[in-house]
Design a protein around this ligand. Structure first.
Ligand SMILES: Nc1ncnc2c1ncn2[C@@H]1O[C@H](COP(=O)(O)OP(=O)(O)OP(=O)(O)O)[C@@H](O)[C@H]1O
Ligand SMILES: [Mg+2]
Length: 412
């Protein structure tokens, strides 16, 4: 074969080679793309695993510290008796004896107060932390967490009484400067008294709703406890919590359960109730009239209350909540029939006229019964006839006994 000229077989071979090479290149490129894609996937997987690792490590550290905390020896609870200086205090451990101990550097010197509870290391009895003051859980139970839904406009016929309560309770809390300018001390508290069902509790609930003060509600009988001194302690803690959370309104409903006239009594139960009352009197003396704690008391037996409770300086303002008069009854009826489907011919004034001597709770019951009569007759509208039947039903249902004069008697 000569080397001159072009050999057709060579040409053929070259072309094949080129084709083959091109094919390989494209294959390699595809492969490259595939590998890159895999690399990206692997990288994102790696990132995910790394974050998982960090998370597990953090969890492990948390669990380790939790184990350490659980394994750490318990701290002794004690009480600070005297503060010598910022580094040394005298404490009494719960076991009894007193010790002079060192204070942890993490405690603020201002928190060191004689009388506060604290925790101590078991071996060195060094002061580790100062605990917050504790109150009886029962006292916390008196706190009103949810605002009651009653408002002043839900109370009928007591405009003057509402004004008096507002002046005595709300005004000193919201605008104390008025009293300072005039130079008088505002009342420390108000006592609401009157026959049952006239709206005393309702009025206090409305005060709780309308003011932003911290509201503590206690029923007198809750303060009467089984063991000696318990009731008095409860009253003391109640006042302490009130001062702590000021501005506060303390509402003592049915105060006659603890506030009854003190007598030469013989039973130990009576004596315990008297001790509770004395603590209540001392508590009321203990805070400043210009301060931020106000007391509302409610009772329907003012005749048996101890005169010491009624003297100025304790319940300065004694407000009678009487049975409603004609206009009062009409406005109470209007309030309770507000959402009711009344027929147009109804004359509420006539109902008010026929309910002489009835209280707000009776009127509420009459409105409800009238509605029940309409439901019984399968009507959706309430007629005058329903009210007449309801008045008869509510009056015939029970006989209200008159209160006996038991002045000087004590409940235990
Ligand atoms: N002045 C009033 N206006 C509107 N509703 C009233 C009024 N007085 C009483 N009522 C109705 O009667 C119900 C009972 O009233 P409340 O509980 O305030 O009576 P009370 O004076 O505290 O009685 P007690 O001395 O027996 O505790 C209230 O829930 C309300 O429906
Ligand atoms: Mg009441």
């Amino acid at each position: 074969m000569g080397d001159s000229g072009c050999d057709p077989t060579d040409l053929q071979n070259n072309e094949d080679l080129c084709k083959c090479l091109l094919e390989r290149i494209s294959n390699l490129e595809n492969r490259n793309l595939e590998l890159r894609e895999r690399m990206r996937q692997m990288e994102s997987e790696k990132r995910y695993v790394e974050t998982q690792k960090i998370r597990y490590e953090r969890e492990m550290r948390k669990l380790r510290s939790e184990i350490e905390q659980l394994r750490s020896p318990p701290l002794v609870v004690g009480e600070i008796i005297d503060v010598i200086d910022n580094n040394r205090v005298i404490v009494r451990s719960s076991a009894g004896p007193r010790f002079l101990v060192r204070v942890s550097q993490f405690i603020e010197p201002k928190d060191l107060k004689a009388g506060s509870r604290c925790t101590l290391n078991q071996q060195s009895l060094a002061l580790i932390e100062v605990l917050p003051q504790n109150y009886d859980p029962q006292v916390y139970g008196m706190e009103l967490e949810e605002r009651p839904d009653a408002v002043y406009s839900d109370i009928g016929g007591l405009e003057n009484e509402i004004r008096e309560v507002k002046e005595a309770v709300e005004l000193p809390l919201t605008r104390p400067e008025l009293f300072e300018k005039v130079g008088i001390t505002p009342p420390k508290g108000v006592l609401l008294y009157g026959p049952p069902g006239t709206g005393k509790t309702l009025l206090a609930r409305a005060v709780a709703h309308e003011t932003n003060a911290y509201f503590l509600r206690v029923v007198g009988s809750e303060l009467v406890q089984k063991y000696i001194g318990e009731g008095a302690r409860l009253v003391r803690e109640l006042f302490e919590l009130a001062k702590d959370k000021a501005p506060t309104i303390i509402f003592i409903d049915e105060i006659d359960a603890v506030g009854a006239h003190r007598t030469e009594s013989i039973t130990s139960g009576d004596r315990e109730v008297q001790r509770t009352l004395m603590q209540l009197l001392a508590g009321m003396d203990g805070f400043d009239a210009r301060g931020d704690v106000k007391i509302i008391g409610a009772t329907n037996r003012i005749d048996i209350l101890d005169p010491a409770l009624l003297r100025p300086g304790r319940f300065d303002r004694i407000i009678e909540i009487p049975l409603p008069d004609l206009e009062g009854r009409l406005s109470i009826l209007k309030i309770h029939t507000k959402g009711m489907n009344l027929s147009s011919e109804i004359d509420l004034r006539a109902v008010a006229r026929d309910t002489e001597g009835r209280n707000g709770a009776d009127l509420h019951a009459i409105c409800m019964e009238a509605g029940m009569f309409a439901i019984r007759d399968e009507r959706t509208e309430i007629t005058q006839e329903d009210f007449v039947r309801a008045m008869q039903k509510v009056s015939n249902g029970f006989v209200r006994p008159t209160l006996k004069n038991t002045f000087g008697e004590m409940f235990a």
